[in-house]
Ligand binder design. Structure first.
Ligand code: ADP
Ligand code: MG
Length: 627
């Protein structure tokens, strides 16, 4: 045995240079960048000492765009070229954007593939390009402050972002010259900032009230993995709405008519916002509002006034909170921590309402508008490899897809290749046969479509499924890869709650060259796999049709079918049986559709028959009474 090497305490065995990494909160209203310096995660200010970067970009012809506060000043004079709230457009089609009814002051046009483009003097720009300009500004700020090039970043996204929205965010980062170590859910980042990932297992509520959006997420920490149990929110509710209420109140108090206000509504909203923000720490302030006549109106605005205006809006956030709890199947008492996120949660009234709703004091020690960026920075520091080995738990990805065998020897992938771990994913499956009470689960790993070409990891069974018709049972299979790379698979029948679980160990002890070989094979064989998959699917369908028809014929074929009909259907069934296990996909399809055609009338009669039987011995009045 070689001599053990001894390293200095708190130094990893192979010390390397500190890699510059950052966490980015790419927000709808404001964005931030943060980094871990001397062990502390902190947001980075611009040259003026300001941390928040308004997510606004102003474009001019033949000039570099301005980003942030500088861009914001153009919102009034040049609205068509001043792009705000672009996050709402990321990864969305023009049709989706129009449907959400979002009012945007700039021109949207359709570009290739129905994606929205923004028409500016600098040309038609995609939301990805605009986001990239915000990211470039943050990158520049970080490199100026940290004095070197960033090796990688973690960017946060809302938990409800789908694949297209996540991909668009990654594309924007690429365009900005950033290497994305990982996209991280905003609520997860907030939980990480508070170190909730280091605590015991628990369920946490993350309440995020920003400028224009409200999100509530229920996270469950289980074996070091954050699972999103539910999300809810309101994409058109935030601090901006409170500003609008205050502006309307000011107009009333000052006797400003609506049409007179139109020209300087921006200015009124800015005064309203400043007033609202001051009242988070003061009891009352004096408003000073310019009037069209050139004179000014002055008046008191107190915290009580603000509460009256804001309460209905704050109350509105509790509706999604209730929904999120319900969707997660829990009640407020099950929550072990509440985290506040978003600038609007600085309002004392919001804190009060959240506290009384969840029945516990929320975490507020970290600035609510910085908490997401700080969590992202902590994660980025780990992913960049700046932590001693024992803290590098979140670094890995799954090298090959993990999935489950379905009928016909096909693989249903549940966790795709390259998913950062820890991770948890679930999918629903159902029974294949009427009255099926057990299900054999076969866990496999690999990129290929057929089970025989993948690696078998484990088999286990779920028993005690109540007998139902084929396809009625709902079995939720959850795959979870924990921080150590251990895979556990759980299956649960949703109606009865019966469940079964297995842990696979080690989850993917494949050698590098084995992974390379499996990947190469999957590329070479992609076309063959596709054809085989189609064939297997037809074979499975044939099997299903044969089973269903056989049991129907047995039950009432002789009662409901004329002799000649029975003979014809039986012949079609025989024909299907003779091709069902062959390789001629067209023949199988043809035989299935022939059976379908011949049994349409039979199916209708069975339905009639069933209804008539149900009504036998009852009068029609009994049924109408129940309606
Ligand atoms: P987003 O996540 O949408 O990018 P933020 O989390 O930065 O937005 O929140 C912006 C909102 O927070 C604005 O409506 C702003 O007025 C509000 N806000 C910021 N500071 C305060 C404060 N001290 N008191 C009340 N509201 C505040
Ligand atoms: Mg935010």
């Amino acid at each position: 045995m070689p001599l053990l090497q001894i390293s200095e305490p708190n130094q990893s065995a192979a010390p390397h240079q500190h890699r510059l990494a950052a966490g980015i909160d790419l927000g709808t209203t404001n964005s931030l960048i943060a980094s871990v310096r001397s062990g502390i995660a902190e947001t980075l200010p611009d040259a003026r000492g300001v941390h928040l970067l308004p997510s606004i970009v102003h474009y001019q012809a033949n000039q570099l765009p301005e980003v942030g506060v500088d861009a914001k000043t153009f919102a009034v004079q040049d609205p068509l070229n001043t792009i705000a709230s672009v996050k709402r457009l990321m990864g969305r089609g023009l049709a989706d954007v129009k449907m959400t009814g979002t009012q945007l002051p700039y021109d949207l046009v359709a570009s290739a593939g129905g994606m929205p483009s923004i028409r500016t003097v600098a040309g038609e720009l995609s939301p990805v390009q605009v986001s990239a300009d915000i990211l470039k500004a943050l990158k520049q700020r970080a490199e100026d402050t940290l004095g070197g090039e960033l090796t990688g970043v973690v960017i946060t996204v809302p938990a409800y972002f789908d694949d297209a929205q996540r991909q668009a965010t990654k594309d924007a980062a690429k365009l900005a010259g950033l290497q994305v170590l990982r996209l991280l859910n905003e609520p997860t980042a907030a939980a990480v900032a508070y170190g909730l990932d280091k605590q015991a297992e628990g369920i946490h509520a993350i309440y995020d009230l920003g400028g224009g959006t409200f999100d509530i997420s229920i996270l469950r920490l289980h074996r070091g993995v954050f699972e999103v149990m539910s999300t809810a929110g309101d994409s058109a509710l935030g601090g901006d709405d409170i500003d609008r209420e205050i502006a309307l109140w000011m107009m009333q108090q000052a006797g400003i008519a609506e049409d007179a206000a139109r020209s300087h509504i921006r200015e009124l909203l800015d005064i309203a916002r400043a007033a609202k923000e001051s009242l988070s720490t003061q009891h009352s302030i004096t408003l000073d509002v310019p009037l069209a006549t050139g004179t000014r109106w002055q008046g008191e605005f107190t915290h009580e006034d603000l509460i009256k205006l804001a309460d209905p809006l704050i109350q509105k956030t509790l509706v999604p909170c209730r929904r999120a709890l319900r969707d997660a199947g829990i009640s407020a008492e099950d929550i072990s921590a509440v985290v506040l996120v978003g600038g609007s949660t600085r309002m004392p009234r919001v804190r009060e309402k959240v506290e009384s709703f969840f029945g516990r004091k929320p975490h507020v020690d970290i600035d609510p508008d910085k908490v997401v960026a700080i969590g992202a920075a902590i994660q980025a520091d780990i992913l960049a490899g700046n932590k001693p080995d024992n803290e590098m738990l979140l670094l890995d990805v799954t090298p090959l897809a993990l999935g489950i065998e379905t009928m016909g020897g096909l693989v249903e992938k549940i966790i795709p290749r390259n998913t950062p771990i820890p991770t948890a994913r679930a999918q629903e499956f159902t029974t294949f046969k009427d009255g099926q009470t057990a299900m054999a689960l076969h866990v496999v790993q690999g990129e290929r479509d057929l089970v025989v070409d993948c690696r078998s990891l484990a088999r286990f069974e779920l028993r005690g499924i109540p007998p139902m018709v084929a396809g009625a049972a709902r079995i939720r299979v959850t795959f979870q890869v924990d921080a150590d790379g251990l895979l556990s698979v759980a299956a649960r029948e949703e109606m009865t709650g019966v469940s079964s679980e297995i842990t696979v160990k080690p989850s993917y002890g494949l050698q590098d060259n084995e992974i390379t070989r499996m990947l190469q094979e999957s590329i070479v064989n992609a076309e063959i796999d596709l054809k085989l998959r189609a064939l297997r699917e037809q074979q499975v369908e044939a099997d299903r049709v044969v089973n269903a028809l056989r049991s129907a014929l047995q039950a009432d074929g002789h009662v409901l079918l004329k002799r000649e009909e029975f003979v014809n259907i039986a012949a079609a069934l025989d024909e299907l049986l003779s091709v069902a296990n062959g390789t001629d996909i067209q023949a199988i399809k043809h035989a299935i559709s022939k059976v379908d055609d011949l049994t349409k009338e039979y199916a209708a009669r069975r339905m009639d028959h069933a209804i008539r039987q149900a009504m036998q011995g009852h009068t029609i009045n009994e049924f109408t009474e129940k309606l």
